[in-house]
Design a protein. Structure first.
Length: 354
């Protein structure tokens, strides 16, 4: 998403702002999931209860994988990757409060990374019990997963085991990120109300499609329509000024999060799409150099030449290939091309662990 994302979209895609188009993809996605009730752990939310959308796919006898979505989208981001991996894993995912087809509580509800980490803990212990699972996250989900990892490290008795952690494009270190003008306007209480009025679900989805996918998605792409339908669910655009405050929480916690990652004994695979202008490769480089390169536990760093911010959509087969290679060949030496294809992921660095 470049800095002009919404400015360009409002000028060039104006007709999309007038109405929501039906989405066949969204209408089939939602019925394939289920709901459970969740009460916020934050005192200021006064145990507000939300209905949380989730789904699982694949053979329950296979190893489990938990996929954790980012901002401002939902678990829908992983549908293609889940299809690629369902023969290898039992995959589960959910929409956090304020996102996708989960409830979107209005102000004064506080959306929080820490609260969402508690939600994940509840999910894997109470809703879909998992004794062992790998953890795959993207964007805001990276910070939620690192918050979950902090809870995991602090627990004296662990009710589950995280076997591997996969981290996809996300601004884990904000000083190296590229916040868009739209994000800045949504973050600022002085400008967020006007920013909300200037955008519709269809317009925001079209802007994301044109800027954060490679190749770019057109406004009439089924995925864009489905994303718009989820933005429209329970007037999701209106809670954006509240949900985007996670950036301030992450800024406060980013050094701690990287220390948690550096101290983790769980193998990590960092996977980055190179066309991302929101979370550029320099963020991944910093995470590798700061938290992964010299730690005791093993780590791998892959780049995806044809991937953008939503690389799990752009290159699902390639991401699945990385995961399978990580499982089958954990000691592969870097540098290594996954295949001879021009879009093949490249293992650019590896820490064998000690």
């Amino acid at each position: 998403m470049n800095r002009a994302l919404l400015g360009i979209a409002i000028v060039c895609l104006g007709p999309l702002a007038s109405a929501q188009e039906a989405s066949d993809l969204a209408s089939t996605w939602k019925p394939s999931g289920q709901y459970f009730s969740w009460k916020s752990t934050l005192p200021e939310n006064r145990e507000k209860s939300s209905q949380i959308f989730y789904m699982c796919s694949g053979d329950p006898a296979k190893p489990a994988m938990l996929m954790v979505h980012g901002f401002p989208t939902s678990a829908f981001d992983f549908r293609l990757l889940a299809d690629e991996l369902k023969s290898d894993f039992r995959i589960c995912m959910l929409d956090f409060p304020g996102y996708g087809f989960s409830d979107k509580p209005a102000a004064p509800y506080r959306y929080s990374l820490k609260d969402d980490a508690q939600l994940l803990w509840y999910f894997v212990t109470k809703v879909v019990p998992m004794r062992q699972f790998s953890l795959l996250s993207h964007d805001r989900g990276d910070s939620i997963s690192l918050s979950l990892l902090s809870l995991y490290q602090e627990a004296s008795q662990k009710p589950f085991t995280i076997t591997h952690q996969y981290i996809l494009n996300g601004n884990v270190y904000l000083p190296l990120a590229n916040l868009t003008d739209f994000q800045k306007r949504m973050l600022d209480p002085a400008t967020s109300a006007a920013a909300v009025k200037a955008v519709t679900p269809a317009l925001l989805a079209a802007g994301l499609g044109s800027s954060t996918y490679t190749p770019a998605l057109k406004p009439d792409d089924p995925a864009v329509k489905a994303i718009a339908a989820q933005f429209a669910y329970q007037s999701g655009i209106e809670v954006l000024p509240a949900t985007i405050q996670y950036l301030n929480e992450r800024k406060e916690m980013e050094v701690t999060f990287l220390q948690v990652l550096a101290n983790s004994g769980i193998p990590v695979t960092l996977i980055w799409g190179v066309h991302d202008m929101i979370s550029p490769v320099r963020v991944a480089d910093y995470v590798w150099d700061t938290a992964l390169k010299n730690r005791v536990a093993a780590a791998n760093y892959w780049i995806v030449p044809c991937g953008n911010h939503y690389l799990q959509h752009d290159q699902p087969a390639a991401i699945a290939g990385i995961i399978r290679a990580t499982v089958a060949k954990p000691n592969q030496t870097a540098p290594f091309n996954l295949s001879g294809d021009v879009c093949s992921p490249v293992l650019v660095n590896r820490n064998a662990g000690r």
